[in-house]
Design a protein around this ligand. Structure first.
Ligand SMILES: NC(=O)c1ccc[n+]([C@@H]2O[C@H](COP(=O)([O-])OP(=O)(O)OC[C@H]3O[C@@H](n4cnc5c(N)ncnc54)[C@H](O)[C@@H]3O)[C@@H](O)[C@H]2O)c1
Ligand SMILES: CC(C)[C@H](C(=O)O)[C@@H](O)C(=O)O
Ligand SMILES: [Mg+2]
Length: 368
């Protein structure tokens, strides 16, 4: 298989973890005889520094003709004084919007050997396996007007959704539930927001097309509580943009660290942008301590969803699982015992676990 992959490392730990994903994909390409060609482009603060804008036209053009895109993270204190409409984060919002990537899939499944890494009790998180389906190109993030008025004393952010934007993401939620455990939790704030009233109406209409899927409506505040008290009651969560952003960071606690969570931002034709759920982690950037696994697992999602390479994707996921079982972890996973390693070392261990299946144990041992 011959694929053109755009790499957008971005800011902070973005470049460090992107290097990890690139090495893993290169190893997979060698093993399976694929040709992955990588093209790096600027986004976020990196693009502001180089070109004065968070999303250069050249980056958009390259992404538009690529087979898939990997993104590290954007943002950081260096760009804090920049007005909101020019900030690094606008580069990320801009690329999602211009490519029409309306569905953000955030699987939250802890590794069995990491159950004790979560601050939550093992009996609560055991067996939890959730897919968060987050709307990604509408809502408060993109509402117009969005401005300061009356000498800066009044601020306006608009929560705008068209019915069709809700329909397509809710449909995605039902489809995902149908191929998983057939339970859909729709999260909204229908006791307060007009947008949530329409959201709930659409969920109820669509439910008629999916009689095999059970549907539950939860208000977002209660959902936030239930996510960490009864996580195994969830299968698929479908929700709008801002609620999905907040709930996915919260859900990462189930896995032991935000650094573990991958995500896929897709549209209906298979084109996708793959990015870890976490941000640029400025507090640990450049220290070789970041957890690269959310990024590596995002690369696995790319192979599965954009290229249909299920075996290769599963091989990466198994290699990551093996690292956990071998007791390796980066500093973000607060474990008693185990072997704490750097970003680079963790990447080498994943690579070693990949090749053990095809080469030999002795090569793997040279990494550890
Ligand atoms: N997709 C993205 O590009 C994205 C996502 C979220 C936040 N951001 C941006 O990142 C910047 C920092 O935001 P923040 O601090 O609120 O969130 P963050 O996700 O960057 O960090 C939150 C905490 O988690 C830790 N963390 C995150 N990823 C980690 C990893 N892979 N390994 C180890 N520890 C990790 C950080 O050290 C920090 O303590 C902001 O500019 C924000 O807008 C970008
Ligand atoms: C950086 C920010 C714009 C982004 C979002 O809110 O979508 C991030 O938090 C995420 O979860 O991908
Ligand atoms: Mg977020």
């Amino acid at each position: 298989m011959d694929k053109q992959i755009i790499l957008l490392p971005g800011d902070g730990i973005g470049r460090e973890i992107m290097e990890s994903a690139k090495l893993v994909l290169t190893a997979i390409a060698m093993e399976y005889n694929h040709k992955f060609t990588f093209h790096e482009h600027a986004i976020g603060g990196d693009a502001i520094d180089k070109y004065g804008v968070p999303l250069p036209e050249d980056t958009v053009n390259a992404c538009s003709s690529a087979d898939a895109i990997l993104l590290g993270a954007v943002g950081g204190p260096k760009w804090d004084s920049i007005p909101v409409h020019l900030r690094p984060e606008k580069g990320l919002l801009g690329i999602r919007k211009s490519l029409g990537l309306f569905a953000n899939l955030r699987p939250v499944k802890g590794f069995a050997s990491l159950l004790h890494a979560s601050p939550l009790k093992e009996e609560i998180i055991k067996d939890s396996d959730i897919m968060i389906v987050r709307e990604l190109t509408g809502g408060l993030y993109f509402g117009q007007p969005s401005e300061r008025r009356e000498n800066g004393n009044v601020v306006v952010d608009t929560l705008y959704y068209h019915r069709t934007e809700m329909e397509r993401i809710i449909e995605k939620g039902f489809q995902s539930a149908r191929i998983r455990n057939k339970h859909l939790t729709s999260v909204d704030k229908a006791n307060v927001l007009e947008s949530s009233r329409m959201w709930r109406e659409i969920v109820n209409e669509k439910a008629k097309d999916y009689p095999d899927v059970t549907v539950e409506h939860l208000l977002v505040d209660a959902a936030a509580m239930k996510l960490i008290t009864q996580p195994n009651q969830f299968d698929v969560i479908v929700t709008e943009n801002l609620f999905g952003d907040i709930l996915s960071d919260e859900a990462s606690v189930l896995t032991g660290s935000l650094g573990m969570l991958p995500s896929a931002s897709v549209r209906t034709d298979g084109v996708g942008l793959y990015e870890p759920v976490h941000g640029s982690a400025p507090d640990i950037a450049g220290k070789d301590t970041a957890n690269p696994l959310g990024m590596i697992l995002s690369a696995a999602l790319m192979l599965r969803y954009s290229f249909g390479l299920e075996e290769e994707a599963s091989e990466i996921e198994s290699a990551v699982n093996e690292c956990m079982e071998q007791g390796y972890h980066t500093a973000d996973l607060k474990l008693n015992g185990g072997k704490q390693v750097s970003t680079k070392k963790m990447t080498e261990i994943v690579l070693g676990n990949l090749t053990t299946k095809r080469i030999s144990d002795s090569i793997c041992n040279s990494y550890v």
